[in-house]
Design a binder for this molecule. Structure first.
Ligand code: C2E
Ligand code: MG
Ligand code: MG
Length: 647
């Protein structure tokens, strides 16, 4: 039966709908509703109501006074001046908001009751009373809006309307007030809900923004991975420490720590394991500092920490090891890895800032790195050296980038014929401000930074290109190129030299690679592989500055070497010093027996050249033949030297 079905359906639906209906009623009457509008907004709403109410009421007050509705007009004037105007000013004070709101409502209620009572022209004033519910909900809010609307309705019941209403019209009018009250409450509810939603969204976004801001503020002073203070953070902490220092606090020690090969290790084990590794290193550092100081992380592999030490003996070479240990022992799965470090130490002595102490500690670390020591204590005497070193680094980088370097060539001469057999390529750098800077200054700077790689590539390309040019000009020469120990770590070096020589059609046996004796003394497997590869490709390998190391050829047993260059410090004095003469003659002897070619460096006079010849040395290099020359001058010199000797 359909009637039965509808009833059942409704009965089923009602329990489900009831919570919503109850919620709606509760919202409509403003029960439990929290006011989200703050005092400022409430004040604004009151002022807006006054702002509209003041001109409208004043206009009608004047209108009614001039149209013969004196009482009505006077009530409006009194309401405006006694209630509305003060309400406008009172709404500016948060504590008086309720009073201001009540004054507005009192004014509106009074005027509307008066309109109902007096009606105005043809009783048309009565239509205005329907505005009251809207005004009351707007000004007084959801809950108090009902209160004022209801008070108004009650008042209407007791007021005698001047308009001729029939019983039905009066009922309709009163019913209309109730109806508009519900409509106004519903509209206001819509407004409140919309505002609440907006408020919620703003709150959410603000919370997100706040969290983001807090994170940014944290990251501005802390390292993301370890949570330790970063450069900014540690500088602030160090500055605080300096400010709080008293005479009895002990010596303040600041240590700048660079971990050795950690970046490479993380590249191998991955970032996740890297994080585990760092956590252990940080724990180690914090353990070392204990509660006496602070630890910070400056870069990927750089840490800083400071602490106060009552009894510090900086002369003791083991003091840092006693604080930190020889390295950090970390566990990666089942394996133990020992992370080494290089440290720079700065002991705070005078009233300097944290930034200066940090810079000094960093300088000391760089100095330790340069001399391959575990740590170095900052020393003011080294300051100038450091500054110059860094200045030179910047300048050299620019010089390489802008191609401001020049290659000079010093002849290597056949001691029997006097003809040049080749040239040693020697880099020259003239700085626009400082003038010529000798290689003994800038080569170490390049070696200690990564600049040695682009620099050497430039040297190789320039020297081989020059050799190709001379050979095209009919000069049958070779070229010797100096390499640094670090170059042997460049895995693309062999391919680069081979490619350059092949592109310029220079036979590889015309190119000699000079490596100082030091390189051979402490050579890694990787470096000896590079030497072997170069030799296999036909390039000649020469031991430069022979005699400055162990002066024993045992280290070349396993290495393919073609040539020995006897260092100039022995050659220069062979005429005066019997021991030097002996060293040179026996070295030549031994080298020849080992099948090596010999070049004597530092030949400054003719009789040195003849003596070397007498010892069996075939090639000499030195000022006696010529100083290093520019490519152009060398070309002319070589042409003349070859022609002379032919004649
Ligand atoms: P080196 O390879 O032993 O070069 C020989 C040095 O002795 C050159 O100094 C040369 O000018 C100097 N010399 C040559 N004959 C005489 C002489 O009769 N008497 C004296 N007193 N000196 C003589 P230079 O050009 O100042 O170079 C110094 C060092 O700088 C070179 O020693 C070499 O180790 C390094 N070097 C120069 N150019 C390069 C380069 O392109 N790459 C690398 N890695 N090192 C370079
Ligand atoms: Mg050399
Ligand atoms: Mg040399």
């Amino acid at each position: 039966m359909p009637q039965f079905e509808i009833t059942t359906w409704l009965l089923c639906l009602l329990p489900r709908l009831w919570p919503r209906v109850r919620q709606f009623i509760s919202d409509l009457f403003g029960i439990d509703s929290a006011t989200i509008a703050d005092d400022q907004e409430r004040g604004k709403d009151i002022r807006l109501a006054c702002f509209i109410g003041l001109p409208v009421s004043t206009f009608f007050a004047v209108f009614n006074l001039t149209s013969g509705f004196t009482t009505l007009g006077l009530i409006e004037v009194v309401a405006v001046f006694l209630f509305l105007l003060p309400a406008y000013f009172l709404s500016r004070s948060c504590r008086l908001l309720l009073l201001a709101e009540s004054l507005v409502m009192f004014c509106v209620t009074l005027i509307n009751v008066a309109l109902f009572h007096y009606g105005g022209i043809d009783g048309t004033g009565v239509y205005w009373i329907f505005s009251l519910p809207f005004i009351s909900f707007f000004v007084a809010g959801q809950r108090r809006g009902w209160f004022w609307s209801f008070c108004f309705f009650l008042l209407l019941l007791f007021v005698n309307p001047s308009v001729e209403f029939t019983q039905g019209q009066l009922g309709q009018c009163l019913f209309g007030v109730l109806f508009y009250t519900v409509i106004a409450a519903s509209f206001n509810l819509l407004r409140v809900r919309f505002e609440a939603k907006l408020h919620r969204q703003v709150e959410e976004k603000t919370a997100d923004g706040k969290a983001y801001l807090e994170r940014l503020q944290f990251l501005a002073k802390n390292d993301e991975l370890t949570g330790l203070p970063n450069r900014e953070g540690i500088l602030a902490l160090l500055d605080d420490e300096l400010g709080l220092r008293r005479g009895d606090s002990g010596t303040l020690v600041v240590i700048y720590l660079k971990l050795v090969r950690i970046v490479e290790l993380i590249n191998i084990v991955g970032t996740e394991q890297g994080g585990i590794l760092f956590a252990q290193i940080v724990a180690n550092l914090q353990g070392a500092v204990h509660c006496r100081g602070k630890v910070g992380r400056l870069g990927r592999d750089e840490f800083i920490f400071f602490f106060c030490c009552p009894d510090l003996d900086l002369e003791d070479p083991d003091w840092l090891t006693s604080v930190l240990g020889a390295g950090f022992e970390c566990k990666l799965g089942n394996q133990t890895v020992n992370i080494e470090y290089v440290a720079g130490v700065c002991v705070h002595e005078d009233e300097t800032s944290a930034a200066i102490i940090l810079r000094k500690a960093e300088q000391a670390m760089l100095a330790a790195k340069a001399v391959q020591r575990d740590f170095f204590v900052y020393n003011a005497d080294n300051d100038q050296k450091f500054t110059y070193h860094h200045l030179l680094f910047g300048k050299l980088r620019n010089a390489i980038q802008q191609n401001h370097l020049e290659m000079y060539y010093q002849p290597q001469v056949d001691l029997h014929t006097g003809r040049p057999t080749g040239a040693e390529a020697l880099a020259r750098w003239t700085d626009p401000e400082e003038g010529p800077i000798p290689p003994i200054y800038f080569i170490p700077v390049a070696e200690q930074s990564g600049l040695i790689f682009p620099f050497t590539r430039w040297a190789i390309a320039t020297a081989i290109a020059q050799l190709a040019k001379w050979r095209n000009d009919g000069l049958d020469l070779g070229v010797a190129i100096n390499l640094s120990a670090r170059n042997l770590a460049d895995t693309n070096l062999v391919a680069y030299i081979e490619g350059t020589a092949a592109n310029l059609c220079v036979p590889s046996e015309k190119i000699t690679i000079e490596l100082t004796e030091g390189v051979f003394l402490d050579i890694s497997q990787k470096a000896s592989d590079v030497i072997r590869q170069l030799h296999d490709k036909g390039f000649k390998i020469s031991i430069d500055d022979y005699g400055t190391g162990y002066s024993s050829l045992s280290y070349i047993k396993g290495l393919p070497v073609n040539e020995l260059k006897i260092d100039q410090c022995f050659v220069k004095d062979i005429m005066e010093s019997r021991s030097d003469s002996l060293i040179v003659s026996s070295t030549i002897d031994m080298a020849l027996k080992l099948g090596l070619e010999v070049v004597a460096e530092g030949v400054e006079e003719a009789h040195i050249a003849s003596q070397l010849r007498a010892f069996g040395c075939l090639v000499g290099q030195g000022h006696y033949f010529s100083r290093p020359m520019s490519a152009e001058v060398f070309g002319q010199w070589a042409q003349e030297a070859c022609a002379e000797k032919v004649e």
